[in-house]
Design a protein around this ligand. Structure first.
Ligand SMILES: [Zn+2]
Length: 283
């Protein structure tokens, strides 16, 4: 399989995860899953189970509502240094909580989300303009001043098609905000193949800051700002992720007993050393 970032066919095998090969591009250092999913595959991966059944997804995504709205507001404040509120598109919006945060700060939001339950929830409870589909398949009839891709770029099943579409849907001077996980972080290095972000077939591309910048500049988007988000995570979601991880590592099942000591209903600070955001301007 050709590298999704540099298109060269010079990848070496790194390890197997969930039955999929993770490959390393010897030309540009990118890591990716050796798998080319289809639109039908996306429907299956982001079924209601992903948002409500725990495991690699969420126990109940709606529990994170307030935290995610605040995160949207946090990013809207960061971005206000660079651009006045206008039209924002959220790619992979889920129920639209982050988008709601942008609307609270004066932005006019549109979201795209493959999961129908999430789209219905956001429309009915938050009054948001959400469209069901994926960036790869949906027809965008308008242009935007800002496109946000929050923890979604690793999941895009056709990276180049998505990025062409995103770049072409921006107004002149428009910005792209990406939040994603850093494969070169210490957390990723320490956990190796057990790092939480390696979970194909949901995740397909594993960026570092350097590779993302290189990739975005090849699509004519220049880095203008970046940072590490302050993050909190709902304890129920954290427990679901950790217990899933412990079950995976041989002989660690006993440790799940300690997880029961953490209360179910609190927000925990999340050490986001392996998470970063970057803001790009089209040129
Ligand atoms: Zn490459």
């Amino acid at each position: 399989m050709n590298c999704p970032v540099c298109s060269k066919n010079n990848a070496e095998f790194r390890f197997i995860k969930n039955g999929y090969s993770i490959l390393h591009c010897k030309d540009c250092d990118h890591l990716f899953t050796d798998y080319e999913p289809t639109a039908q595959g996306v429907d299956h991966i982001y079924s209601d189970d992903y948002f409500f059944k725990g495991g690699v997804g969420y126990d109940d995504y709606t529990l994170e509502k307030d935290m995610l709205i605040k995160r949207g507001e946090y990013y809207a404040d960061k971005i206000s240094k660079h651009i006045a509120p206008g039209k924002v598109l959220d790619v992979g919006s889920a129920a639209g909580f982050i988008l709601k945060g942008f609307e609270n700060k004066g932005w006019n939001g549109t979201g795209i989300e493959p999961n129908k339950s999430m789209v219905d929830y956001g429309r009915q409870n938050l009054g948001l303009n959400l469209q069901q589909g994926t960036i790869e398949t949906i027809e965008l009839k308008e242009k935007f001043d800002l496109i946000i891709i929050i923890q979604v770029v690793a999941h895009l099943y056709d990276l180049n098609c998505s990025m062409n579409k995103i770049s072409n849907s921006l107004n002149p001077g428009g910005l792209i905000l990406i939040e994603t996980w850093d494969k070169d972080s210490w957390t990723s290095r320490i956990f190796g193949k057990y790092w939480h972000e390696y979970c194909p077939p949901s995740t397909l591309n594993y960026f570092s800051k350097k590779i993302l910048n290189h990739y975005m500049s090849s699509h004519k988007n220049l880095l203008i700002d970046q940072g590490t988000p302050k993050k909190k995570i709902h304890s129920k979601h954290a427990k679901s992720l950790i217990s899933h991880k412990l079950m995976e590592v041989k002989g660690m099942n006993w440790a799940t007993v300690f997880l029961k000591l953490i209360p179910d209903n609190v927000m925990l600070p999340y050490p986001s050393e392996d998470l970063f955001w970057a803001l790009y301007k089209r040129y």
